[in-house]
Design a protein around this ligand. Structure first.
Ligand SMILES: Nc1ncnc2c1ncn2[C@@H]1O[C@H](COP(=O)(O)OP(=O)(O)OP(=O)(O)O)[C@@H](O)[C@H]1O
Ligand SMILES: [Mg+2]
Length: 590
């Protein structure tokens, strides 16, 4: 075949191949346009999972009558006008491709009315050369997309059932709605309202939206954070390590209000959780990052799900350090604040309680003042000689209370103001020892061990350059690396703690981390794994009898230890059973 220019319909259909994968992708593009137009109310109607109809109506700025045809033509946009604009784009769209692409694979109608005009205008996407026709329409824009892929049967075959397509739309909308709390969204499927999110302007409204979208359990088991440093800001909710998932399905990350899936970001988050998360489990989070738009390239992916950071190492470090610090808090709130749902292990506790829940029978035991009754019946044994001077003295017992007994040589039972505390003594001790070892280690720094015979490693030129540039970081990690030639490196030392590790493998892993994520924490990770192993072996074994004083000392140590909510393997170390939960077990007061 000779070379020939493609007809514009086919060009648009090719572009649609990248952007319009399924009905949910149409919804994404249309919603982003509405948000770019400044709408704060958006209604979405879909029929048959969006395959038959998607209609989106907004109250945004609208489109001028004379621009309607342009909106449907390729490479036409109101959002950027120069390379400079493109390099600091703050709108969600900028390619000027979405509408023509969608129009080329569906029956599209565009209707709009601007605020200062007294009529709306509508244009049929199949003939953009026709004149717009006047119609009654409120301020804003409606776009109707019917019969998606009607003219591209091969594409149509990839569509799943109506239910599946609808569920993609539902999760897309939820994800997008988290980026704009100030905007209200309504979703209807086959004329039935399925989701309604009113604008969330106060913090309690925002909490409500978060729990509507991610569930109440997430909200109750996450920390709200807000940190600013070096021109970057990270805010949002991070799930506590014990609230983890088998899938990465509760991970929401936004960069300058754009939802992204970015490997630098997800690696940084994973690393922050690594010390506290049970092996193979996934953390849950909803995080927003803000930074100078000139430092993020958004023009790297047609559907704009990926971004590229100019300073990826800096971004990685910022996210990692911030989250690691936040997750390090002890998780033990001072007495009185220990409301149900407020601590790390509450989920575990409530699961435990529900596992024992009986059929609710009305049974009135007639206990009115139960707290007093318990107190009288159950004198706590308090150690006389110690710890009465703890910070929380004012409110009586320290957060984890005082030990009562040891159960089967495994668990310590303690009473605090909220009720009963159960501690897995090995798990708790393991975390305490591990944190101590890490602290000692941090103070000493990583000590280098010169290799008797330096090891030559053949690498690519790019990797060699990288190693040279990152010399300082490598030295910090006790890796002394020289460049021998364009594609050759020489490892002279490795961390003393990692003696016996293959230096070549270690260097290769480090470099590949740096290529991928702009930085590497591998040495620290390996050393931490080593310390964790030492902690595990060095901590109290099950079946060791502890004296009352030892048990109380353990509780006090726990209160002072970072990340105490989980052992080194991410298992919970302690559980609170509140009086209410205990009462529930015995149907008291029901
Ligand atoms: N809901 C809307 N309200 C107001 N203007 C709109 C709306 N939808 C589209 N437009 C206008 O139509 C133009 C074309 O939209 P389209 O989505 O095709 O491109 P874009 O948003 O500029 O870039 P991208 O292809 O990256 O989405 C937009 O630049 C905007 O001016
Ligand atoms: Mg757009």
């Amino acid at each position: 075949m000779r070379i020939h220019a493609l007809p514009s319909q086919l060009i648009n259909q090719i572009a649609a191949g990248e952007v319009v994968e399924r009905p949910a992708s149409v919804v994404k593009e249309l919603l982003e346009n509405s948000l770019d137009a400044g709408a704060d109310r958006i209604e979405i109607d879909v029929e048959q999972g969006g395959i038959k109809l998607i209609r989106i109506r907004d109250n945004g700025s609208g489109i001028q009558k004379d621009d309607l045809a342009l909106a449907l033509s390729r490479h036409a946009t109101s959002k950027v006008g120069s390379l400079q604009d493109l390099e600091q784009v703050t709108s969600l769209g900028f390619r000027g491709e979405a509408l023509p692409s969608i129009a080329s694979v569906s029956r599209l109608t565009l209707t709009s009315r601007q605020a200062d005009t007294n009529s709306g205008w509508t244009l049929d996407g199949s003939d953009a050369t026709a004149d717009p026709a006047p119609v009654a329409h409120p301020h804003g824009t409606s776009i109707e997309v019917r019969d998606l892929f009607f003219n591209t049967p091969a594409r149509r075959k990839f569509l799943k059932t109506e239910r599946t397509e609808y569920s993609h739309i539902d999760s897309l909308l939820k994800r997008l709605a988290m980026s704009r709390f100030d905007v209200g969204f309504t979703l209807r499927h086959n004329q039935r309202e399925t989701l309604s999110l009113s604008p969330a302007l106060t913090s309690s409204d925002r909490d409500r939206r978060v729990s509507q979208v991610l569930g109440n359990a997430f909200l109750e088991n996450s920390l709200f954070i807000q940190i600013e440093a070096a021109g970057m800001r990270l805010s949002g909710w991070v799930g506590r390590p014990t609230f983890n998932r088998s899938q990465a399905d509760m991970q929401y990350f936004y960069v300058n209000r754009r939802m992204v899936r970015d490997k630098v970001v997800s690696h940084a988050v994973r690393q922050a959780y690594q010390d506290v998360l049970f092996h193979g489990r996934q953390p849950a989070y909803l995080l927003f990052m803000e930074l100078d738009p000139r430092l993020v390239d958004v023009n790297v992916h047609p559907a704009k799900y990926e971004v590229r950071f100019r300073e990826s190492r800096q971004v990685h470090d910022f996210i990692f350090r911030t989250l690691q610090r936040e997750l390090a808090e002890t998780g033990i709130e001072p007495q009185g604040d220990m409301a149900p749902g407020d601590n790390t292990v509450n989920l575990v506790a409530s699961e435990l309680a529900s596992a024992h829940r009986f059929e609710a029978r009305p049974l009135n035991l007639g206990v009115s003042d139960r707290r007093t009754a318990y107190d009288a019946a159950f004198q706590v044994q308090r150690p006389q000689n110690q710890l009465r001077a703890d910070a929380s003295e004012t409110s009586g017992a320290p957060p984890l209370g005082f030990a009562l007994a040891q159960l089967h040589g495994i668990y310590v039972l303690a009473q605090n103001d909220a009720g009963l505390v159960l501690v897995d003594m090995h798990a708790a001790h393991e975390r305490i020892v591990y944190e101590r070892l890490k602290q000692n280690f941090e103070q000493e720094g990583i000590i280098a061990q010169p290799l008797l015979v330096p090891v030559t490693v053949a690498v690519s030129e790019h990797e060699a350059n990288l190693a040279e540039e990152a010399g300082e970081l490598l030295n910090e990690l006790a890796m002394e690396v020289d460049r021998l030639g364009t594609e050759k490196l020489l490892v002279r030392s490795i961390p003393a703690k990692l003696q016996g590790t293959d230096p070549e493998q270690l260097l290769r892993d480090l470099l590949s981390d740096m290529v991928e994520y702009g930085t590497s924490d591998r040495v620290r990770q390996e050393i931490n794994a080593l310390l964790a192993g030492m902690a595990c072996h060095g901590s109290v074994r099950a079946n060791r009898k502890l004296t009352m004083d030892e048990m109380n000392a353990l509780l006090r140590d726990m209160e002072r230890t970072e990340r105490i909510g989980q052992c080194n393997h991410g298992r919970p170390t302690w559980v609170q059973l509140s009086m209410d939960e205990l009462d529930g077990l015995f149907l008291r007061g029901q």
